[in-house]
Write a protein that binds this ligand. Structure first.
Ligand SMILES: Cc1cc2nc3c(=O)[nH]c(=O)nc-3n(C[C@H](O)[C@H](O)[C@H](O)COP(=O)(O)O)c2cc1C
Length: 147
């Protein structure tokens, strides 16, 4: 059984729509367990084979919860090395938060990231929601091909 975490923050629902589509796309068969959540403890991250983070951009930053989560994960020496990572999020004009998540996953935690991150300007349209489902599906298929 492979486990995928779709972890998201959303204040006005835009990134949440994306998160639900990513999770839907990742549910490709009964050998994949997908958890859609807005909060996990740093220790919980160890059990997942893939971690996909959805964060809107507020004040040029990722959601503060995720900054704290990454900080705590690093402080406690919890290894995410080799896990699959991805990021997505809604934005208004700059949209750097998902890119920051990808950089931390890649350079700090040595995860295998899927790039580029998926962005939606404000409300995701049907095309972007389809891309979100595709991102989830690709990550799930990637995990299934690993053994
Ligand atoms: C106070 C505030 C600050 C924001 N700062 C940024 C920003 O720095 N860059 C950007 O691209 N969008 C910014 N936005 C726009 C949000 O990213 C956008 O509304 C997004 O759709 C929110 O996603 P959510 O519904 O998942 O919370 C800001 C919005 C607000 C209300």
């Amino acid at each position: 059984m492979k486990q995928i975490l779709v972890l998201y923050y959303s204040r006005t629902g835009n990134t949440e729509r994306m998160a639900k589509a990513v999770a839907e796309g990742a549910r490709i068969n009964n050998d994949i367990k997908v958890e859609l959540s807005y909060h996990v403890e740093a220790e919980d991250l160890s059990i997942f084979d893939a971690i996909i983070v959805g964060t809107p951009t507020y004040h040029h930053e990722m959601a503060v919860d995720f900054k704290n989560l990454f900080e705590e994960t690093a402080q406690k020496g919890i290894s995410l090395k080799g896990k699959v990572g991805g990021a997505f999020g809604s934005y208004g004009w700059t949209g750097e938060a998902p890119k920051l998540v990808i950089e931390i996953m890649k350079y700090k935690f040595e995860m295998q990231v899927v790039e580029p991150p998926l962005l939606a300007r404000y409300l995701p349209d049907a095309k972007i929601l389809s891309d979100c489902r595709d991102l989830g599906k690709r990550i799930a298929e990637n995990l299934m091909s690993k053994n």
